[in-house]
Design a protein around this ligand. Structure first.
Ligand SMILES: Nc1ncnc2c1ncn2[C@@H]1O[C@H](COP(=O)(O)OP(=O)(O)OP(=O)(O)O)[C@@H](O)[C@H]1O
Ligand SMILES: [Mg+2]
Length: 147
């Protein structure tokens, strides 16, 4: 499905609505250029899952984990990681934890190793407008997101 965001707050709102379809052990890969809105979307997802505190970009730390209720949300950014170094953060520990949901910026790098995942692909329409294309592989969720 495709949905257009006209602002930062709309991208968060879409993230929040998307979060309602997520279940434990889900993996969400985020694609799209620098500044496309991936981190903004994750903020909305976390808010939708009930996380109320500050959410920072994991660009430097590679992973930030947030606990909300009994769920652990792993926000991962693979931008700085080469494919060869994927092992260096023990990514499987995060992805296959039974109580966690993982959302991965620059997730394309690990796509070949995964069986099931969502993809949210962000593209620029103009300064404020983004096109979000949401698809899934291996899941059969009946996604319906409207602003
Ligand atoms: N509709 C929109 N949705 C999201 N961000 C928007 C939108 N319009 C403008 N922006 C701006 O685009 C930027 C998006 O930044 P964000 O950190 O979410 O991008 P990113 O995809 O995570 O980038 P990076 O690859 O560097 O991590 C922000 O500066 C935000 O203000
Ligand atoms: Mg980011």
């Amino acid at each position: 499905m495709v949905i257009i965001s006209e602002s930062v707050s709309q991208t968060k709102k879409i993230g929040g609505k998307f979060s309602k379809f997520l279940e434990r052990q889900d993996i969400v890969l985020l694609k799209g250029q620098l500044g496309a809105g991936k981190t903004t979307f994750v903020k909305g997802v976390l808010e939708g899952l009930g996380y109320k505190k500050l959410v920072l970009s994991p660009s430097f730390t590679l992973v930030r984990s947030y606990k909300t209720g009994t769920i652990l949300v792993n926000h991962i950014d693979l931008y700085r990681l080469s494919k060869k170094n994927l092992n260096s953060i023990d990514i499987e520990e995060y992805l296959y934890n039974k109580d966690s949901i993982s959302i991965i910026e620059w997730g394309k790098k690990i796509e070949p190793y995964l069986e099931k995942y969502f993809i949210v692909d962000f593209s620029f329409v103009n300064m404020e407008k983004r096109k979000l294309s949401i698809s899934q592989k291996g899941y059969k969720r009946n996604l319906k997101i409207e602003l």
